[in-house]
Design a protein around this ligand. Structure first.
Ligand code: DX5
Ligand code: ZN
Length: 215
């Protein structure tokens, strides 16, 4: 599978966001990962649909919107209208009985819908939605902040999922060039990285080091 790198703009310099978006695009990013936090589901507040719309104007890359909010289904349309291409909701926040119809409605608009799982949530939770998923996002930190320490518990989850499913597996939290090789060999194919990329001097070489970690 092709390895995609999704820089998490939460870690960028927001005082010059448009410039950061251009730099990261030129550096070879595949997607722009946007962390939306509400201060309820996670202990931090970030941005909403207006800011996503502003980001859309400053990049040609697809927007990968990660909703860490309590009632994500209420806001799906706002994020689609703002320009989201990919939307992730947390399995801890939504009733999966609705998932099929939500995924269908988004797919008809050309948007992909996936489920995210916290480190402490068991994979079995996603089972009711597994046939309607476009992808899974496995958290390798407890969501809320960038720059946290990677939790190796995610390796086993990736392997288990990859054994049964062909959909994209995205990993988010503490990803860097030390753990990327193992993440990819377990079966992950989308790597989100915040601090590792934006705190580096050379975005292009940071992205390359993740993409080519498989050797
Ligand atoms: C954590 C966010 C992540 C985070 C990644 O709640 O979902 O996307 O910004 O940043 P790093 O790679 O620094 O952990
Ligand atoms: Zn994220």
């Amino acid at each position: 599978m092709k390895i995609l790198v999704a820089p998490s703009i939460l870690a960028c310099d927001f005082s010059c966001l448009a410039k950061e978006l251009k730099r990261i695009e030129a550096a070879g990013a595949d997607l722009i990962h946007i962390d939306v936090m509400d201060g309820h589901f996670v202990p931090n507040i970030t941005l909403g649909p207006n800011q996503v719309a502003a980001i859309k104007k400053s990049t040609k890359l697809p927007l990968d919107v990660h909703l860490m909010i309590k009632k994500p289904f209420k806001l799906l349309d706002s994020f689609v209208d703002a320009g989201a291409d990919i939307i992730t909701v947390h399995v801890e926040t939504v009733p999966l009985t609705n998932f099929k119809s939500k995924a269908k409605a988004l797919n008809e608009k050309g948007v992909r819908l996936g489920l995210a799982i916290n480190p402490g949530t068991s994979l079995g939770k996603i089972l009711p939605a597994v046939n309607f998923l476009d992808f899974i996002l496995l958290m390798s930190v407890n969501p809320g902040f960038c720059g946290q320490k990677f939790m190796p518990i995610v390796y086993k989850k990736i392997e288990t999922l990859r054994k049964y499913f062909k959909f994209d597996i995205e990993v988010d939290g503490g990803v860097n060039s030390d753990n990327a090789r193992r993440l990819i060999s377990c079966g992950a194919n989308i790597l989100v990285a915040g601090n590792f990329i934006f705190k580096s001097k050379d975005y292009a070489s940071a992205i390359r080091s993740l993409k080519h970690a498989s050797g």
